[in-house]
Design a protein around this ligand. Structure first.
Ligand code: NAP
Ligand code: GLV
Ligand code: GLV
Length: 338
C-alpha cells in the first residue's frame, strides 16, 4: 500500500511535517500567500488528506470534486471556511485545533481591551511622532485619559473555551462578569459569579463587550445595527472571533456618533483589509491582523494537533478533535484499500 497523499496549504513547522511524512506523502504549499481557489481545487482532487487554514475556501464544489479525499485537518479552531455538512455527506472527516489556542487568544483579547481602554496605540503615536515633544507638557492631569476596568462590567458573548478564559482574567481584575451563550454555564456562574443575560440586556449593561461565538448562520451579524443601538454609551467592543459577527458599517456608525468609546478588532468581514479602509481613520480603534493564536507556543501546539489528528485517522482511529461526529456513520476512519 502506497502512502496516502496529504496536501498542506501553508508552511507548518518542519518537525511536524517530518513526523507526518512517516505516514503521508506530504506536499506543502510554501508560498506566503494562500493557494488560489482553482489551485486548491486541483490539489484536493489528487489528495487523500488536506491540512487547511481559515483562508482556504473548502466548499461543496471542492469536496465533491475530490473523490479520494478522506480527511480535512484544519489548523484553527474555527472552521467556517469549510462546508462541514457537505464533508459529512461525502464521508470526509473534519478536525480542528480547540483548546491549545485558548490562552493565546484570551491574552490577545486582553491586549486589545487594555490597548483601547488606555489608548496605548494612540499614546505610542503621540510619543513617536513628536506630538508630546511639541506640546512641551511633560505630564498633564488631563493628558490621554482612559477608563479604569476594576468595578466595571465585562460582557462575554459566547461563554466557550476562550470566552471563559477571558472572563476569568476579567474577574481577576475586579470586573463583574455577565454573559450570553447558547446554553447556560453553571461552572462560570459558580466559579466566576458570572450572570446569564439575554443578548439585549448584556449590551445594555456592559462596559466592555467581548465576542467569542463561532461564525455560523445563526451568529452572522449577531451584532447588527439594531443590537448596536442598545450598547451602553461609552462601552468598548472587542472582537477576536470572526469579523462577520459584527456589522462593520453599523459599528463605524456607532463609533462616529460617539455611542461606542472604542473598539479592538483582530478579525474583519474580509481579510486582509485595505490600508485606506474607513476603520483605519478611527483613533479609538485598535486593529490587529488576525493574530489571536499567534504565539510560538500555541502555533506549534496547533501544528502538533493537526498532525495527531491526521495520524490517528491514518491508524484507523477516530481523530482526537473531530468536528463532525456523524461522519463515523458514513465511513470508518482510515484509508482502507489504498
Ligand atoms: P467554543 O469553545 O466552541 O466557544 C464558542 C461558544 O459560543 C460556545 O460556548 C457556544 O455555546 C457559543 N455559541 C455558539 N453558537 C452560539 C449562538 N448561536 N448563540 C450564542 N452562543 C453561541 O470555541 P472557542 O474555542 O472558544 O473559539 C471561539 C471562536 O473564536 C472560534 O470559533 C473562532 O472563530 C474564534 N477564534 C479566533 C482566533 C483569532 O485568531 N482571532 C483564535 C481562536 C479562535 P455552547 O457552549 O452552548 O455550545
Ligand atoms: C483562528 O481564528 C481560529 O479559529 O483558530
Ligand atoms: C505618576 O507618575 C505619579 O507618580 O503619580
Amino acid at each position: 500500500m502506497g502512502k496516502p497523499r496529504l496536501f498542506v496549504t501553508r508552511e507548518l513547522f518542519s518537525d511536524v511535517i517530518e513526523e507526518l511524512s512517516k505516514y503521508y506523502d506530504v506536499e506543502v504549499w510554501d508560498k506566503y500567500q494562500p493557494p488560489p481557489y482553482e489551485t486548491l481545487r486541483a490539489k484536493a482532487r489528487d489528495a487523500d488528506a488536506l491540512a487547511t487554514l481559515l483562508t482556504d475556501r473548502i466548499d461543496c464544489d471542492l469536496i465533491s470534486s475530490s473523490p479520494r479525499l478522506h480527511i480535512i485537518a484544519q489548523y484553527a479552531v474555527g472552521y467556517d471556511n469549510i462546508d462541514v455538512e457537505c464533508a459529512t455527506r461525502h464521508g470526509v472527516y473534519v478536525t480542528n485545533t480547540p483548546g491549545v489556542l485558548t490562552e493565546a487568544t484570551a491574552e490577545l483579547t486582553w491586549a486589545l481591551i487594555f490597548a483601547v481602554a488606555r489608548r496605548i496605540v494612540e499614546a505610542d503615536n503621540f510619543v513617536r511622532w513628536g506630538e508630546w515633544w511639541r506640546l512641551r507638557t511633560g505630564w498633564h492631569p488631563k493628558m490621554m485619559l482612559g477608563v479604569e476596568l476594576r468595578g466595571k462590567t465585562l460582557g462575554v458573548i459566547g461563554m466557550g473555551r476562550i470566552g471563559y478564559r477571558v472572563a476569568e482574567i476579567g474577574k481577576a481584575l475586579g470586573m463583574k462578569i455577565v454573559y450570553y451563550s447558547r446554553r447556560r454555564k453553571p461552572e462560570a456562574e459558580e466559579s466566576l459569579g458570572a450572570e446569564y443575560r439575554s443578548l439585549e440586556d448584556l449590551l445594555r449593561v456592559s462596559d466592555v463587550i467581548t465576542v467569542h461565538v463561532p461564525l455560523t448562520k445563526e451568529t452572522k451579524y449577531l451584532l447588527n445595527r439594531d443590537k448596536l443601538k442598545l450598547v451602553k454609551k461609552g462601552a468598548i467592543i472587542v472582537n477576536t472571533s470572526r469579523g462577520a459577527i459584527i456589522d462593520t458599517e453599523a459599528l463605524m456608525e456607532a463609533l462616529r456618533e460617539g455611542r461606542i468609546a472604542g473598539a479592538g478588532l483582530d478579525v474583519f468581514e474580509e481579510e486582509p483589509i485595505e490600508p485606506n479602509h474607513p476603520l483605519t481613520a478611527f483613533k479609538n480603534v485598535v486593529l490587529a491582523p488576525h493574530i489571536g493564536s499567534a504565539t510560538y507556543e500555541t502555533r506549534h501546539k496547533m501544528a502538533e494537533l493537526v498532525a495527531e489528528n491526521l495520524i490517528m485517522f491514518y491508524m484507523g482511529e477516530k481523530p482526537k478533535t473531530l468536528v463532525n461526529e456523524e461522519v463515523l456513520k458514513v465511513r470508518e476512519p482510515g484509508f482502507r484499500g489504498l
